[in-house]
Design a protein around this ligand. Structure first.
Ligand code: AMP
Length: 439
């Protein structure tokens, strides 16, 4: 299928060509026709599937006809980063349309937003809190709204935005087209969808399975050896850009510092950062200044990191959905990515849940040459000081050429059948058999 099949307005089609898209992704193929036909749509898709263009393109097509200078499409997203990303998509895909998009979110000055809204825009991309402020201050006119999009609705729910969303809805024209996108369908989102969508078409991609190009592997390890194992993994893997997930903000900060000390270009992203520092970390990760970004689930929401080569779960996530959401960041739009998860004995139940959800058995890997027998120190078991390790870039003793290995070499080192030990037998995991990825 080609984009030409949609008969998009020529100026919108020009934007598609400019973005370099030739073939619609599955969510685009499914969602664009009903959205163009004016239907309400419930889209079950996660970031990385091309869902943004799935709603942006039909919106731009619709807005080509009709009045300019009024807000006719409103897209609500949970985070500033996602709002920015959607706004960028509108700019790129709408480059030839002369349609204007304005972002509305907190943490930055109100006045520039008010000025841009006054100057006239057809599309507003907003986070709920600041949008409500503008509604309450009378600085936004939504009386001509034709299309509403709620993107990543489950994240908005997780972040406590549903009451704000319901307040916003009261100020919107009842006669409108509504699109709701969500990676998962918790009961509150199902209720919201039932309340606000009228006779919706449901489109879904990939059940809850992550992008197929991702290679998953589990690294069984004791808690106190996670940091040294991470350093070893990084040393032996040709990683371009790595997103590391931790369970808590405190760990993210501390691990970021430890990686920096170990000589990596690393930054951490936690909720406590000022907007400037957060932006600096994100920009640095995007432009390659930082090779590693350590983050919690919440802090990492909405990051557009299409170039992420590896996701490393320093801590296993709390739910299978969160696992898929994290992993969804690698392997976007046909790039391949690797996802490594460190697992302790306590994580066994969650591993089973994830494997059941993916309907696959994840491969267990043992890091060759890593000393799994180091005992936990008496104090601070969570962040045991790593055993003395050579700095990255230096030649480690006894491992000629191992400081930087190519991807293929790294694969050989880690993968079964290529010299890596794969029987699951680090201390605490004795007797577990190595298993290959099931699909
Ligand atoms: P999204 O799921 O909307 O965050 O999109 C994920 C990535 O895929 C973004 O970097 C998009 O620019 C890219 N993308 C979206 N649609 C297509 C397409 N049809 N062909 C190639 N890349 C695409």
């Amino acid at each position: 299928m080609e984009f030409t099949a949609f008969n998009l307005h020529p100026q919108v089609a020009a934007g598609v060509r400019g973005a370099g898209y030739t073939t619609p992704t599955p969510i685009q193929a499914q969602a664009i026709p009903p959205v163009m036909a004016g239907r309400d749509v419930m889209g079950l898709a996660q970031t990385g599937t091309g869902k943004t263009a799935a709603f942006v393109l039909p919106i731009l097509h619709r807005l080509m006809a009709g009045e300019r200078g009024r807000v006719r499409a409103l897209i609500i997203a949970p985070t500033r980063e996602l709002a920015e990303q959607i706004h960028q998509s509108v700019q790129t895909l709408g480059l030839k349309t002369r349609l204007r998009s304005v972002t509305v979110y907190g943490g930055v000055g109100v006045n520039p937003q008010v000025q841009k809204l006054r100057a006239g825009a057809e599309v507003v991309v907003a986070c709920p809190g600041r949008l409500l402020d503008h509604i309450n201050q009378g600085t936004i006119d939504l009386s001509h709204l034709e299309v509403l999009v709620l993107d990543e609705a489950d994240q908005m729910f997780d972040m406590g935005f549903l009451p704000d969303i319901r307040r916003i809805l009261k100020h919107l024209p009842a006669r409108r087209q509504t699109l709701l996108f969500s990676a998962t369908m918790p009961p509150d989102i199902r209720t919201l969808a039932h309340d606000i969508l009228s006779d919706p078409v449901t489109v879904q991609v990939g059940n809850v399975a992550p992008a197929v190009t991702v290679t998953h592997a589990l690294y069984p390890v004791e808690q106190h050896l996670k940091t040294p194992l991470l350093l070893e993994l990084l040393r032996h893997t040709d990683t371009e850009s790595v997103l590391v997930f931790t369970r808590t903000k405190h760990r993210a900060k501390r691990l970021g510092e430890q990686l920096e000390k170990a000589g990596y270009r690393a930054a951490s992203l936690q909720g406590n950062l000022s907007q400037n520092r957060r932006q600096a970390a994100l920009d640095g990760f995007r432009d390659g200044t930082f090779q590693i970004l350590v983050a919690t689930d919440i802090a990492a929401r909405g990051i557009d990191v299409s170039q992420v080569s590896h996701v490393i779960n320093y801590d296993i996530p709390d739910t299978a959905e969160a696992y898929i959401h994290r992993i969804g960041r690698t392997g976007r739009a046909a790039r391949s990515g690797d996802a490594f998860t460190m697992v302790t004995r306590d994580d066994a139940a969650m591993v089973r849940t994830i494997e059941r959800t993916l309907n696959a058995t994840l491969e267990r890997r043992i890091m060759d040459g890593f000393d799994y027998s180091v005992q936990a120190p008496k104090k601070d078991t969570e962040f045991a000081r790593p055993p003395r390790q050579p700095m990255p870039g230096r030649k480690p003793a006894g491992k000629p050429g191992a400081a930087k290995v190519g991807k293929d070499d790294a694969r050989q080192r880690h993968q079964p059948g290529h010299g890596a030990r794969t029987a699951g037998a680090p201390s605490g995991h004795r007797g577990r058999q190595s298993r290959r990825t099931g699909n």
